[in-house]
Design a protein around this ligand. Structure first.
Ligand code: MG
Length: 242
């Protein structure tokens, strides 16, 4: 048995939702409408991203990077990374955001060599004055479900085995699906309400200090157990695949 930890990025590791800020800064209020349409299931996650990227138009990379370099992260996240490394606990960042800002923000806070999965952003020349436009690809989408552009569930299931205990830490909309497949859930904000509605047991946390404390205690007391409903959901997902 191994413990596998999966962590959301926007609003969980970072203090704010960087993805939303990222497009809103350059695309303006129209981006709020796209996100609302996405949450109301009028458009897919990929379509939402495409509209946001198109609305943002040509940007100057320096402006973009300056915005990213102002982002703050959870005060306990670095200690949490050290905690996992010290105990040889495998952990991955699973994000429906963009690789570009995940790498930039982590690097700015001195965090390196962390595994992550996300959507891919590159910048391409767009007109004069060094302006660039956003080019997006979605290498980790699910073939059936369009609710997320990067399928956290698929990544989680392919990176864990039958005997593993899956830990998930998150806060928002794109975490609603993967928590249903996780044994141990750390939730706050929107995700906390979702877990309450769906009767998914969870640990409430404010910062990663809480997560580290709780996980440390659960490990010391050997109290990490599988959650029966999560196990059944995982089995169902594999049966549908075959
Ligand atoms: Mg989030």
């Amino acid at each position: 048995m191994a413990v596998k930890i999966f962590v959301d990025f926007d609003g969980t590791i970072t203090t704010h939702d960087v993805g939303n800020l990222f497009f809103r800064e350059f695309g303006g209020e129209a981006c709020d409408t796209f996100i609302a349409d996405y949450h109301q299931e009028k458009i897919s996650a990929q379509e939402c991203f495409r509209r946001e990227a198109a609305t943002a138009g040509g940007i100057l990379p320096n402006d973009l990077n300056a915005l990213l370099d102002r982002q703050t992260i959870d005060p306990g996240f670095k200690d949490f990374v050290d905690f996992c490394r010290l105990r040889d606990l495998e952990f991955h960042i699973v994000s429906d955001g963009l690789d570009y800002y995940i790498e930039r923000v982590l690097r700015a806070h001195g965090i390196q060599n962390v595994s992550y999965v996300a959507n891919a952003l590159s910048l391409e020349p767009a007109g004069a004055n060094g302006r660039q436009s956003f080019s997006l690809t979605f290498p980790h989408s699910d073939s059936v479900c369009d609710r997320c552009a990067c399928c956290k569930r698929n990544f989680m299931l392919t990176h864990s085995g039958d005997d593993d205990i899956i830990v998930f830490i998150g806060e928002g909309y794109s975490d609603r699906c993967p928590v249903q497949y996780a044994d141990i859930v750390f939730a706050k904000e929107d995700l906390q309400h979702f877990c309450q509605r769906e009767n998914i047991s969870y640990y409430l946390y404010v910062s990663f200090h809480d997560v580290t404390d709780r996980l440390g205690r659960l490990l010391a007391r050997r109290q990490l157990r599988k959650r029966r409903r999560a196990e059944l959901k995982r089995k169902e997902a594999f049966q549908r695949e075959t």
